[in-house]
Ligand binder design. Structure first.
Ligand code: B12
Length: 441
């Protein structure tokens, strides 16, 4: 069969005022441009699990949500889904099926809403795809009727034995940033998190040699490529982390990842990170105040417990010359209209190199979504296109929707001007006397 892998890349947001601001705020635009162009690792991973004897091609949907014409030459198209673009993905799937092309869908969104997806696709995958994908390919080849495939009904995916993702399928495309996965899952359960934790219950680390193998495959294809780890939380196991970072150092790669604040607890790891080509650590601080974080992480109240030490931890990490991108979720239940000022002050006082602000968002399948639905606080249930992190899809507890929006706009205007960014950079240099290695470099 001719099999097409269709990625829906790019950034999504609808709020017109924020979009207007985005066009004029350097900090916002820069990061969006960098990340918008990432390929779909999920699909490349499926490609490497495809049974022999099929012709494989990788496609990207266009920015306007339309599909390239060549997808209609395929017998089967695999689409990977996030909530924000799900309606575009369904529309493409409907057109493909009307033209007689079989459609398989998987990924975060359809894994939590398979019944909805079944209205648009022939085959739906729930959970990790490596073991169900070959079954889907066989079903399509035999012309089997539509059905749902659950990862839980196949043997568990062993992340210690993943084949190299088929990066080679991207050879003709102008990517210069690639994703590599080093871990799956996260030990924490933040109420709002709609990430890999939805697909896998346990936190799993890959063998360092295999991660290096994957990076070598990228380097062979595109020497000098920038790497982003597609992890939820990379440095949970500090011993394994040190082993990983030691192995990355001689490769001379530039890379970026997401982790939790406990990375600050390990001076040896920080020293290794500083020499490893790590350009930036993105850390979900979520809120400057511990009170607002109480109960947000459902297993051990991790975030609330650590919040008191945030400032010191950020200072320690950055003192090694590693820039921190501190992420804040605006609109938590304890957040009142003073939160915008508090986030800005925190960023100023701690000397955070970079700040990312997004709205609290009720993603389908999350504990937050269930709670807010129960409380009647989800605005327009089913409007998955609002799940962008830059649009509001729920009623905040201590602010109006408009208050949250206006405060957020004001904060972005203050955080992302060229002057504010320059100030953060200068302060980093002055305090740490090291040239920051940035994620864009
Ligand atoms: C890299 C990345 C991106 C890249 C994606 C590139 C791409 N085309 O895939 C870019 C920068 C484009 C991106 C954009 C956005 N992202 Co993003 N992104 C990530 C990130 C960091 C890693 C994703 C990844 O590669 N995972 C690793 C792969 C191996 O896993 P996977 O994709 O889930 O695939 C596995 C299974 O799902 C399954 N599978 C997947 N697809 C299919 C298809 C079939 C047919 C089958 C059988 C199986 C299958 O098999 C795979 C292997 O097991 C995650 C956070 C994270 N740590 O996961 C956020 C994340 C996915 N992003 C998120 C969001 C919100 C966005 C944006 C809306 C942000 C914005 N405002 O624009 C946009 C969405 C735009 C869009 N086009 O839809 C959310 C999504 C939540 C949700 N439920 O939808 C996440 C989880 C971050 C978060 N915690 O909020 N993102």
């Amino acid at each position: 069969m001719k099999i097409g892998l269709l990625a829906m890349s790019g950034i999504r947001a609808h709020d017109p005022e924020l979009l207007r601001l985005g066009l004029t705020l350097p900090g916002f635009v820069e990061r969006s441009r960098q990340i918008a162009a990432l390929p779909s690792l999920g699909l490349l991973q499926l490609a490497s699990a495809t049974p022999e004897g099929h012709e494989l091609r990788y496609f990207e949907a266009e920015g306007d949500g339309s599909e390239p014409r060549e997808v209609y030459d395929c017998d089967l198209i695999a689409i990977s889904t996030f909530s924000a673009q799900i309606f575009e993905a369904y529309a493409i799937a409907d057109r493909l099926r009307a033209a007689g092309v079989k459609v398989a869908m998987g990924g975060l969104h359809v894994s939590v809403l398979p019944e909805e997806a079944a209205l648009h696709a022939d085959y739906i995958a729930i959970g990790e795809g490596e073991h169900v994908w070959p079954r889907i390919v066989e079903a399509a080849q035999r012309g089997e009727s539509a059905r749902v495939f659950r990862a839980s009904e196949a043997p568990p995916v062993d992340v210690a034995r993943l084949p190299v993702p088929r990066y080679d399928l991207l050879a003709q495309r102008p990517y210069n940033r690639f994703t590599v996965q080093t871990t799956r899952g996260c030990p924490w359960r933040c109420e709002f998190c709609a990430s890999n934790v939805m697909l896998t219950q346990r936190y799993r680390k890959r063998p360092v040699v295999e991660i290096v193998r994957d990076i070598e495959a990228i380097r062979a294809l595109r020497p000098g490529a920038f790497l982003e780890f597609a992890d939820d939380n990379t440095f949970v196991d500090k011993e394994w982390s040190r082993e990983l970072v030691r192995a990355l150092t001689p490769l001379g790669v530039r890379w970026f990842t997401e982790t939790d604040i406990s990375v600050a607890d390990d001076p040896e790891l920080l020293e290794l990170l500083a020499r490893s080509g790590c350009r930036q650590l993105l850390i979900g601080l979520e809120s400057p105040d511990g009170e607002a974080l109480d109960g947000v992480e459902l297993h051990a109240n991790f975030k609330a417990k650590r919040a008191g030490g945030y400032a010191e931890a950020v200072e320690r990490i950055q003192s090694y010359g590693i820039t921190v991108n501190g992420c804040f979720v605006l609109g938590l239940d304890h957040h009142d209209a003073g939160v915008f000022e508090r986030v800005q002050r925190f960023a100023e006082d701690t000397g955070l190199y970079e700040v990312q602000v997004t709205y609290l968002t009720a993603f389908p399948g999350t504990p937050l979504y269930a709670r807010l639905m129960n409380e009647g606080r989800v605005l327009e249930p089913g409007r998955w296109d609002l799940c962008t992190l830059f649009d509001i899809n729920y009623r905040p507890a201590k602010m109006t929707v408009d208050g949250l929006r206006t405060g957020f706009h004001g904060l972005t205007q203050r955080l992302y001007t060229a002057e504010a960014m320059g100030r953060r950079r200068e302060r980093f240099l002055a305090r740490h006397r090291r040239r920051p290695a940035t994620a864009g470099a």
